[in-house]
Design a protein around this ligand. Sequence first.
Ligand SMILES: Nc1nc2c(ncn2[C@@H]2O[C@H](COP(=O)(O)OP(=O)(O)OP(=O)(O)O)[C@@H](O)[C@H]2O)c(=O)[nH]1
Ligand SMILES: [Mg+2]
Length: 192
Amino acid sequence: MKFVDISFLLSVHSLKQLPPETLPEIAFAGRSNVGKSSLINTLVGRKGLVKVSGRPGKTQGLNFFQIADEAYFVDLPGYGFAKVARSMQDNWQHLITRYLELRSTLCCVVVIMDIRHGAKIQDTQLISWLKQNNINCLPVYTKADKLSGNKKQKHAIALDAGHTIDPSQRIIFSAKNGLGKEELERTLASFA
Ligand SMILES: Nc1nc2c(ncn2[C@@H]2O[C@H](COP(=O)(O)OP(=O)(O)OP(=O)(O)O)[C@@H](O)[C@H]2O)c(=O)[nH]1
Ligand SMILES: [Mg+2]
C-alpha cells in the first residue's frame, strides 16, 4: 500500500471526539520533538501536511489523518515535554492511554526514537505496556542521517539491547534522506 491519498480528518482532545471505528488505524508515538510528524510527512510524501517544529510540544491532541478509504494515521502528542503544565501532561497521558486501551481498530503503534540517544525509560515503558496489552508495536529509530554508517549500527544495537528489541523487528529511518521509507511502508501495509 502506498500512503499517498491522505487528508487531515480531525484533532481529538477527548475520548468523545474519536471518530467511529471503521478503518484500520496506525498510531505514531514517541518523545516530544523526536520527529513523529516529520516521519508521517516523509511517509506520505507531503512536506507540509503535518506541522513540524524545532520547539518541543508542537503536536497537541490526537491528530487523525485519513488515507484513501484504507486507513487512519494518528499523530500522537509527544511525551516527556517538561515545559507543558503538569495538569496538561496528566490529561494527555490519560487520553492517550485510554485511546490505546480502548481502540478496537488500532492495528499498530509505531514507537519512534532518536537513534542518537540511549534507551529512555518512557519508551521502554510504552513498548512493554504495548506488549502486555497485545498491541502490535513497531520501533523506528529516526534521525539516522545525523550519524555515520558505523555509528548508526552501533547505536541501533544499543537501543535494541536497552528495549529488548529484535533487530529484524525495527526500522532505521531518516525523514531527511528517506532512509527506511520503503521498509516502513511495507511493514505498515502488512499491519493495516
Ligand atoms: N536531521 C533530521 N532532523 C529531523 C528528522 N526528523 C525530524 N527532524 C527535526 O526534528 C524537529 C522535530 O520534528 P517534529 O517532526 O516536529 O517532531 P515531533 O515528534 O512531531 O514533535 P512534537 O509534535 O513536538 O512532539 C524538527 O526540527 C525536524 O526538522 C530526521 O530524520 N533528520
Ligand atoms: Mg509533532
